[in-house]
Design a protein around this ligand. Structure first.
Ligand SMILES: Nc1ncnc2c1ncn2[C@@H]1O[C@H](COP(=O)(O)OP(=O)(O)OP(=O)(O)O)[C@@H](O)[C@H]1O
Ligand SMILES: C=C(C)CCOP(=O)(O)O
Length: 340
């Protein structure tokens, strides 16, 4: 079955166009080489920037009071996160445009468990794969909980949603069924859904790993956001792995009707889908930057601009605000857009 024909459960009509779907890349919000380690500073700054992007004030006035929504005790924190009178006095309104969807990757959560057991290749009859499926979900859902809490501390009314638990499944790794009604209803109610790459059931392989990048493409096809942002640990797509000192940042990529793409900026770099060299970490089960570019190209073909940039920079804040155009010479990142 083609991915575009994935079976949708009946869903309520979306209230107004989603403003932005954002991927918090695992390479940015976790320390990818260290098992189950969150990059706290990067996560905090991504959540603070999301709040700024959602803020309904123009940014020149005083920043609105943050009404923290994580009322649970944190590990090692002796204080009770009490809801005091000052908090209650400030609850007139959130002052946020919450019409965003957040999807995060697994980074150093989930990929290790999945690659060790081969969950991405399927075969649930194997006890190792079955155990790996369980272990992968424990790991990635614990990261989801931490991300929801970090967003809540910024006063963003976020709710975690696991694709597996919401009935998402695949056929030969392509989305076959994706229940989006809960996502749409949550947006309706003013929540920010926070999904993640997940281990899911697959009609042909028994199980596989569904990447956050693929989830974003599916949601973009369904909900037509104004723009899509991928935040990661590098400034964008380069002509070769950015560890190479001669790597050149591809600032603008154009996607034609057939889905093939070519580099528009820098103009002298005559390169297309076949000319870019990409490396993928050995334990990465979902294809790394290669998958991201492929999915981004499908989204751009729909006429939705995609921005790939580095988390925690002035460039990521501009991308989250949608304040980027092909004339933005001072913006560091990759814009992927339709040629039309
Ligand atoms: N040609 C390339 N251009 C840009 N990045 C590349 C390239 N080749 C390899 N990479 C690597 O891709 C990585 C980003 O892709 P990756 O899929 O790991 O990001 P992510 O979405 O943040 O992580 P996750 O998939 O865990 O959510 C970077 O760390 C970078 O070093
Ligand atoms: C490994 C798991 C569980 C999900 C992978 O999602 P991604 O990091 O977005 O590719």
């Amino acid at each position: 079955m083609a991915e575009e024909e994935a079976q949708e459960q009946p869903s309520p009509a979306a209230p107004r166009p989603v403003r932005c779907i954002v991927k918090l890349g695992g390479a940015a919000i976790t320390n990818k080489g260290e098992l189950e380690s969150i990059n706290e500073e990067s996560l905090r700054s991504a959540c603070a920037q999301l709040r700024q992007a959602m803020s309904e004030s123009d940014g020149d006035g005083a920043p609105g009071k943050v009404l923290g929504m994580d009322w649970s005790k944190r590990h090692g924190d002796p204080a009770d996160p009490a809801v005091d009178a000052e908090w209650i006095a400030g609850i007139a309104g959130l002052g946020l445009d919450t019409n965003f969807i957040v999807v995060h990757g697994a980074g150093s959560f989930g990929h290790f468990q999945a690659s060790r057991s081969g969950v991405h290749k399927g075969g649930l009859h194997s006890t190792l794969v079955k155990a790996g499926f369980v272990a992968t979900r424990i790991s990635v859902t614990s990261l989801n909980q931490e991300i929801v809490r970090a967003l809540a501390r910024e006063g963003i009314p976020s709710v975690g949603m696991s694709p597996f638990a919401c009935g998402w499944s695949t056929k030969q790794r392509k989305v076959a069924s994706a229940n989006s009604s809960q996502i749409i209803e949550s947006l309706h109610a003013g929540f920010v859904p926070v999904l993640h790459g997940d281990a899911v059931l697959d009609e042909l392989l028994d199980c596989t790993i569904l990447s956050g990048d693929v989830i974003i493409r599916h949601l973009a096809q369904l909900l037509s956001p104004k723009y899509v942002v991928f935040l990661t640990d590098v400034h964008g797509v380069y002509d070769r792995p950015p560890t190479d000192p001669n790597a050149v940042l591809l600032k603008e990529i154009e996607v034609d009707d057939n889905g093939s793409w070519s580099v528009v900026k820098p103009a002298l770099l005559q390169c297309n889908n076949k000319g870019v060299e990409i490396s993928v970490a050995a334990h990465d089960t979902t294809g790394g930057m290669e998958t991201k570019i492929l999915e981004a190209a499908v989204i751009a073909k729909l006429g939705i601009d995609v921005y790939i940039t580095k988390a925690g920079t002035e460039h990521s804040l501009r991308a989250l605000k949608g304040d980027v155009s092909t004339d933005s010479e001072d913006w560091l990142g990759t814009i992927i857009r339709s040629s039309k």
